[in-house]
Design a binder for this molecule. Sequence first.
Ligand code: FMN
Length: 263
Amino acid sequence: MFDLLKKTQYEYSRNEADVWELFHENSKVDKNKPIVPNDVVIQKMRNELDTLDYRSFATVALPETAPTVALDLASCILNRKSSSEWALTSMTFEELGMLLQLSYGVTRSNKDTDYVRPFRACPSGGGLYPLEIFLNVRNVEGLAPGLYHFNPHKNAVECLREGDQTFKLCSAFVQRQVIEGAACVWMVSGMFRRSTFKYSNRGYRFALLEAGHLAQNANLVATGLGLGVLNMGGYFDREIDKYLDLNGVDQSVIYCLAFGRAH
Ligand SMILES: Cc1cc2nc3c(=O)[nH]c(=O)nc-3n(C[C@H](O)[C@H](O)[C@H](O)COP(=O)(O)O)c2cc1C
C-alpha cells in the first residue's frame, strides 16, 4: 500500500511537470502565429473596464493624507524581509491607502492616446491591467473590518461584506495563524481574459509577472512605512476563489500578501 502511494505521488508530480513544460512551450512568442490587429485591441480596451466595478456596494474613498515614509528607496530594498511574527496591532487607513495607490493605483492619464486606460503604479503587458486586489480588513484604524475590493479609478475601496471575515478566510491558508494575526490580507486575483484576448497563453504569464511587480511595490512601501509583510503562495486556491465569488477558470486568485505591524 505504501509503495503504491509513493508511486502514485511520484507519477502525480511527473504529470505536474509535464503541464508546466507544455504551458511554457505554448506560451512562447512565435513568429508564425498571427497577432491580434491593433484596432481590435483598441476597441476591446474602450468597451471593457480594466477593473471590476461593484457599483451597488458602499464605497469608501482612500484618505487624501499620506503617512511619512521614513526610509529612502535603497533602505527599503535593503530592509525588506518576510515577516509574519506580528502582534495583532493595527495599521492605519492612511497606510493602507498608500499601499494600494503605490502598488496598483492610477498614476497618469492615457487619454490623449488610442489606449484609453490610464497607467498604474506597476508596469502591465500592453497596459491591460488584468489584476484585482481584494482585501480582508481586520485591524485597520479608520476602516471598518470587512471584505473590500480596491477600485483604482475611484481611488476607493468597495465594501463587499461588512464585519470581520477572518474566521471564514483563515482556513483557506496553509498558515492560518498568519492570517489571524494580520491587520490586513490582500488576495491578488487575475482576470486572465483581459490579457489573453491579446496575448493568448503568454497573456497568462503576463498576469503572473504583473502580480510580482504589484507585490514588490507593496513590499517596498510596507518596509518604508515600518510595516511587516508576508508574500503568500500557501493558500487553497479553490476556497479563496469561492470566497471571492470568482469562477476559478478565467478569474482566480494568484497571490496573497499579509500585512501587520512587525514585532
Ligand atoms: C511566490 C512566493 C510565495 C511565498 N509563499 C510563502 C508562504 O506561503 N508562506 C511563507 O511563510 N512565506 C512565503 N514566501 C516567503 C519566502 O519564504 C521568503 O521570501 C524567503 O524565505 C526569503 O526570505 P525574505 O523574504 O525574508 O528575503 C513566499 C515568497 C514568494 C516569493
